[in-house]
Design a protein around this ligand. Structure first.
Ligand SMILES: Nc1ncnc2c1ncn2[C@@H]1O[C@H](COP(=O)(O)OP(=O)(O)OP(=O)(O)O)[C@@H](O)[C@H]1O
Ligand SMILES: [Mg+2]
Length: 529
């Protein structure tokens, strides 16, 4: 991999990169940065967690003249939290240059945003709805924008942002650089690209498999009513550092978070019906580790970058392969390993096979963890906690009582009792979740091949699933549903103008990834059209 000093970047940008702890470029950065620096339009695809943000962020901050008093760059993201996260990364990259950037998203006080806009930011990172709101109020002018970036471009289309994006891009001078980024690039992205990009370079770090290689993928076949016990056993057995559990609906997420709390886990739910404040709180707690388990709808599927997420569990099967890829991509980031488990009911096996085929990755079957495995896992954690206290050697005030107890009781029985207490078994708490309907194939397409593309790459395969004739049509109609529907998938309501109805997904900030190991990826291939 290339060193960052081989790109001809400004020293101040290089310094920022070094301070961020990046040692070498990732494959997508190596390919995309030089092209972006030539001012070419660009479509960039690379696996989750491989540094796409910096792939566009670095050339962006490098290019901008700090003396500029106008908005010269616009980054669009599908959700508020992603806007915040991307803004933070750009802020870090532009720090030494003194670049001014500002996130603009729904759910935040618009008056406050207008005040911040008066500080003359050069880069705006925003969600389409709130951006349009400002544009209509004339508090944001795009006349001087020279660079536009669409992060998670395919998702924005799928969320129905196409019209908003079109309206926004029409206001940006056509003499500009436009770049699209995502881990998945379904065919409909071409429509957007044709309309708004000029001779774009396709930069794809195309792996054999769509999902990151560092994620170990398994599935567990079970009945709907077995899911909760299986989940608890799985968490106990694996004792994740941090885990994200995906549920299909908001109700599911609420119920699941509450149920886990009753069983003694530090879990909280995240979905689009929460206020921005609530979402921020949940994410803050997840990031600082005061909760270990984040239960979320697909609002958290895209872009979320929280260090320490060792496990992703699909409590409910995701609706489409892209969603699967992005969900599990919340772990195994920046060169770290991760584990993804997916619960599948017998009637959903076809759907799982479909995901497997399109992502070109075998998902290994494993049995429901046994009670013994769960107990063993939990006890191990308790023992580790005890040994950590032992190591610290600051338990003197307990010694007197310990001696006293040991005089009266057998030591093994005594320690076993203490272990039981500390392990905090709450298995007797009865939990009832409202069952979710299994995902079913509405209409089965003959084969992916019938889409006219070979299912040979991440693009074509994912695209197949997006069409109206996809085998697992979410709505039965050809238009993607709005994602804030009550019983349906929750993508958070869109970031609509007019004052902060929730769009939103929540995104964490990195807490110190292992910066030096992300260069070891293989299988990358540059595809230029
Ligand atoms: N060159 C690098 N060396 C080490 N770490 C890096 C490097 N580039 C980026 N990172 C870190 O890797 C993590 C993942 O990056 P990022 O969020 O940009 O991934 P992504 O490709 O956009 O993933 P997703 O598809 O899920 O949005 C971040 O914490 C980022 O700071
Ligand atoms: Mg990203």
């Amino acid at each position: 991999m290339k060193n960052f000093n081989e790109f001809g970047l400004e020293p101040k940008v290089l310094r920022a990169i070094t301070e961020m702890g990046f040692e070498e470029s990732t494959p997508i950065q190596e390919k995309a940065i030089p092209i972006a620096m030539e001012n070419s339009d660009l479509i960039g695809q690379a696996q989750t967690g491989t540094g796409k943000t910096a792939a566009f962020g670095i050339p962006l901050v490098n290019k901008i003249d700090v003396r500029e008093e106008k908005i010269v760059a616009l980054v669009m993201c599908p959700t508020r939290e992603l806007a915040i996260q991307v803004a933070e990364e750009i802020e870090k990259l532009g720090r030494f240059k003194g670049i001014r950037s500002l996130p603009i998203y729904g759910g935040q006080d618009i008056v406050k945003q207008i005040r911040s806009l008066k500080k003359r930011p050069q880069i705006i990172i925003g969600t389409p709805g709130r951006l349009l709101d400002h544009i209509n109020r004339k508090t944001i002018k795009l006349d001087d924008v020279q660079t536009v970036i669409l992060d998670e471009a395919d998702e924005m289309l799928d969320m129905g942002f196409m019209e908003d994006i079109q309206s926004i891009l029409k206001l940006v001078p056509s003499e500009r650089q436009t770049m699209l980024f995502s881990a998945t690039m379904p065919l409909n992205i071409q429509k957007l690209a044709q309309q708004f990009l000029r001779n774009p370079e396709h930069v794809s770090v195309i792996p054999k498999q769509m999902s990151a290689p560092l994620i170990e993928q398994s599935y567990i076949e079970l009945q709907e009513r077995q899911k909760f016990e299986a989940l608890c056993r799985l968490i106990d057995m694996e004792s994740p550092e941090l885990a994200i559990i995906f549920g299909r609906t908001k109700r599911r997420v609420d119920e699941l978070a509450e149920a886990l709390q009753k069983r003694g886990y530090t879990a909280e739910g995240l979905h689009g019906d929460l206020s921005q404040n609530q979402r921020d709180n949940v994410m803050r707690k997840f990031r600082d580790g005061s909760i270990d388990v984040l239960v979320a709808t697909d609002v958290a599927a895209r872009g979320l970058d929280v260090s320490g997420v060792t496990h992703v569990i699909n409590f409910d099967l995701p609706q489409d392969p892209e969603s699967y890829v992005h969900r599990i991509g919340r772990t195994g980031r920046a060169g770290k390993e991760g584990a993804a488990y997916t619960f599948v009911t017998p009637r959903e096996i076809d759907h799982l096979n479909f995901i497997e085929r399109l992502t070109r990755h075998k998902i290994t079957k494993r049995p429901i963890p046994s009670m013994a495995e769960a107990i063993e896992g939990k006890q191990k954690v308790t023992a580790e906690r005890i040994l950590a206290v032992l190591d610290k050697d600051d338990h003197n005030e307990y010694k007197g009582l310990a001696i006293q107890l040991l005089e009266q009781h057998d030591s093994v029985h005594l320690l076993a009792s203490a272990l039981k207490l500390l392990t905090g078994d709450k298995k007797d708490v009865t939990i009832e979740l409202t069952p979710e309907e299994p995902l079913r194939a509405k209409k089965r397409r003959n084969d992916v091949r019938s889409s006219g593309r070979k299912p040979s790459g991440a693009y074509g395969t994912a695209a197949g699933a997006r069409r109206g004739d996809r085998p697992y049509d979410r709505t039965g109609g050809s238009r993607p549903p709005r994602r804030d529907g009550g019983g349906g998938r929750d993508y958070g309501s869109r970031d609509n103008r007019g004052g902060g109805r929730g769009d939103s997904r929540d995104y964490g900030r990195d807490r110190g990834f292992n910066r030096s190991t992300s260069s070891s990826r293989s299988n990358e291939e540059l595809v230029k059209n």
